[in-house]
Design a protein around this ligand. Structure first.
Ligand code: KIV
Length: 272
């Protein structure tokens, strides 16, 4: 049982702000289904992100682009049913908010109404500001996402570190300030230099959550399947693996197959 978990009954966006103000770090992980969300919540994670990385780790796509709003809502419902304490944030998937702010609001409302999640996340800065503002004005909390924004992979052409050049770094800082002034409650900073992430975290009042953005941010996020070692092929420098569940699950499955094949399962105690 984590001591930290006892401090807050239910995580809200206001508590996240208090945590930043007090210098208490925020722990976030992705989650996509009921059973793992129960474990994350029981362990005391602050935020569960129903990320569009579900497209990669749950559905096997190469990018996050194909996942649909209905599929995200399905994952979000499963997570929300499991969670008592964590804040549940859901990614607006590619194509549901970039074009038209009314459509963006409609997508965000569907997620909130149908899933019972607490907030949504959107990738981008000034380009999506109108949509962010419209969603916020409907009372829906928004988390921003800057730096390496995987929904733009076809524009970037590569998953390398973003904002290494001064011009892009300045735009990122400006975007973070715009999102904070608009009323976003937090912003994810993905795969950018640690120094820049630290500067952004100092300059904006809202919490920053880093992934591949160093240690001078207000919180950290990892993709659950990566940190548990279920995915094997993805090994960026920032990823710390806390387990090797690929091997763990495979070993269990091999034992099961062996037991079934040699007639050892079920035994006398395992039948009626
Ligand atoms: O979809 C996702 O998992 C994310 C995190 C990497 C921040 O956006």
């Amino acid at each position: 049982m984590s001591i930290h978990k006892e401090n807050y009954k239910k995580i809200t966006t206001h508590i996240l702000q208090e945590m930043k103000n007090k210098g208490e770090r925020i722990a976030m992980l992705t989650g996509y289904d009921y059973s793992t969300a129960r474990i994350l919540d029981e362990a005391g994670i602050d935020i569960i992100l129903v990320g569009d990385s579900a497209a990669n780790v749950m559905a096997g796509y190469d990018t996050t682009l194909p996942i649909t709003l209905n599929e995200m809502i399905y994952h979000a419902c499963s997570v929300a049913r499991a969670v008592k304490r964590a804040l549940v944030v859901v990614d607006l998937p590619f194509g549901t908010y970039q074009g038209d702010s009314k459509e963006a609001l409609h997508s965000a409302i569907r997620i909130m109404k149908e899933s019972g999640a607490n907030a949504i996340k959107m990738e981008g800065g000034t380009e999506i500001l109108e949509s962010v503002e419209r969603i916020l004005s409907a009372g829906i909390p928004v988390m921003g996402h800057l730096g390496l924004t995987p929904q733009s992979i076809n524009k970037f052409g590569t998953y390398i570190v973003r904002a290494q050049e001064q011009k892009e770094a300045e735009k990122l800082l400006n975007d973070a300030q715009l999102l904070a002034s608009a009323g976003c409650f937090a912003v994810v900073l993905e795969k950018i230099p640690a120094k820049l992430a630290g500067e952004v975290s100092e300059k904006i009042p809202i919490p920053t959550i880093g992934i591949g953005a160093g240690n001078k941010v207000d919180g950290q996020v990892l993709v659950l399947h990566d940190m548990l070692g279920i995915t094997q092929e993805f090994s960026p420098r920032f990823l710390r693996r806390y387990n090797n569940l690929f091997e763990g699950i495979k070993t269990s499955v091999l034992s099961y197959i062996g037991d079934v094949k040699n007639g050892d399962f079920p035994n006398d105690m395992e039948q009626y």
